[in-house]
Design a binder for this molecule. Structure first.
Ligand code: ASP
Length: 350
């Protein structure tokens, strides 16, 4: 990996993937009945101020509603981001993306590429055709962060706030300020073309690991993970479930039994537990059955904020808790399984 910042890097590359920021509606006051991923990234950049001393290049990697995001787009996106990071003239990247799965793409890019330059994901809650679209300001703010001296790592910029990839969650289906970093708080804010930092830029090794255990070194992760993720067979089947009042474990047993031509076997399961990651006893019994069949099971919390504090539920030992939101935890397990040594499996548990 060689994506260190060059002495004179003045290019910001903007990669388009679709989303509401590129969405089109029939009428200007329609904020929900639009079609995402309609307008090209070149048109989105029209009239957006370019940070002083920089110039902008653009590339359309995909044009989708991010509710449909997955390996088919992640593969080319990882490859193109990595390609541009390695260019000495590139100061940073911006990725335009839908809000629905933004936190997943951000986490994946950070964990796999560990960029020493900024990779700024941005979005919009209103389509580009709205009376007062939020996309243009978000895009201008994202360009500014991507060109900011010393910026590094994958960052989400929306509604004047910058968030780290391991903490950010979409918390509102409609509000313009739809993202939160929860207890961690945002990385910083952009006001009047100025970035104020409240926390340190993400360093690769800092991204939340597993119950305080660091992930393997960034170099190791990158060299091992990227080629495997770029290969079609690199993505394991990892599902999520939620524990709730009245749960009976039937869903877990159905997942275990589900098989057929073209159906990849279940390799991992992340359960969003109640409160501090506690699990209904019947769900726990079904999860034990899954573990006995070789499925790696992790738990997190279904609480909107905070992370599971380990050690509080001894009866659930053996279902390790991970300090990440559910969406990021699912990807973390997928990456851990890819390591082949099942970092998150029994070895690390407890
Ligand atoms: N469904 C849209 C998407 O994620 C929502 C958005 O971008 O706000 O692409």
């Amino acid at each position: 990996m060689d994506n260190r910042q060059a002495a004179v890097a003045t290019t910001v590359v903007v990669l388009g993937t679709g989303g509401t920021i590129a969405g089109r509606a029939q009428c200007r006051d329609d904020h929900t009945g639009y079609t995402a991923g309609q307008i090209g990234v070149q048109a989105l950049l029209h009239g957006i101020p370019v940070p002083t001393g920089h110039h902008v290049e653009h590339e359309q990697v995909a044009q989708i509603d991010s509710k449909d995001m997955g390996p088919a787009v992640w593969r080319p996106l990882l490859a193109r981001v990595q390609h541009h990071l390695q260019r000495p003239d590139v100061a940073g990247l911006v990725v335009t993306h839908g809000t629905d799965t933004l936190e997943e793409t951000a986490y994946l890019l950070q964990r796999v590429l560990c960029p020493a330059k900024p990779v700024v994901l941005t979005c919009a809650m209103r389509p580009a055709t709205a009376l007062a679209p939020d996309g243009p300001q978000n895009l201008a703010d994202a360009l500014l962060v991507a060109a900011h001296p010393g910026a590094r790592g994958v960052v989400v910029v929306c509604a004047g706030r910058a968030h780290r990839a391991d903490a950010v969650q979409k918390i509102h289906p409609y509000r313009l300020d739809a993202f939160s970093s929860g207890d961690a708080g945002p990385l910083g804010q952009v006001e009047q073309g100025r970035l104020t930092l409240w926390r340190a830029w993400p360093a690769a090794a800092e991204v939340a690991g597993f119950n305080g255990n660091p992930w393997p070194s960034p170099q190791h992760q990158h060299d091992e993970l990227l080629p495997r993720l770029l290969a079609a067979e690199g993505w394991h089947r990892v599902e999520t479930i939620v524990s709730h009042a009245g749960a009976d474990g039937a869903l877990v047993r159905a997942l275990l039994a589900y098989a057929g031509p073209g159906v990849a076997p279940l390799r991992g399961l992340v359960v969003a537990g109640t409160g501090n990651g506690t699990l209904h006893q019947d769900v726990l019994a079904a999860l034990r059955q899954a573990q006995a069949q070789g499925v790696v099971v992790w738990r997190t919390t279904r609480c909107a904020e905070g992370r599971v504090v380990p050690g509080d539920a001894p009866e659930q030992d053996g279902i390790p808790a991970i300090a990440l939101p559910l969406a990021q935890a699912r990807l973390a397990l997928q990456l851990a399984l890819l390591h082949g040594d099942a970092l998150g499996a029994a070895k690390v548990a407890g």
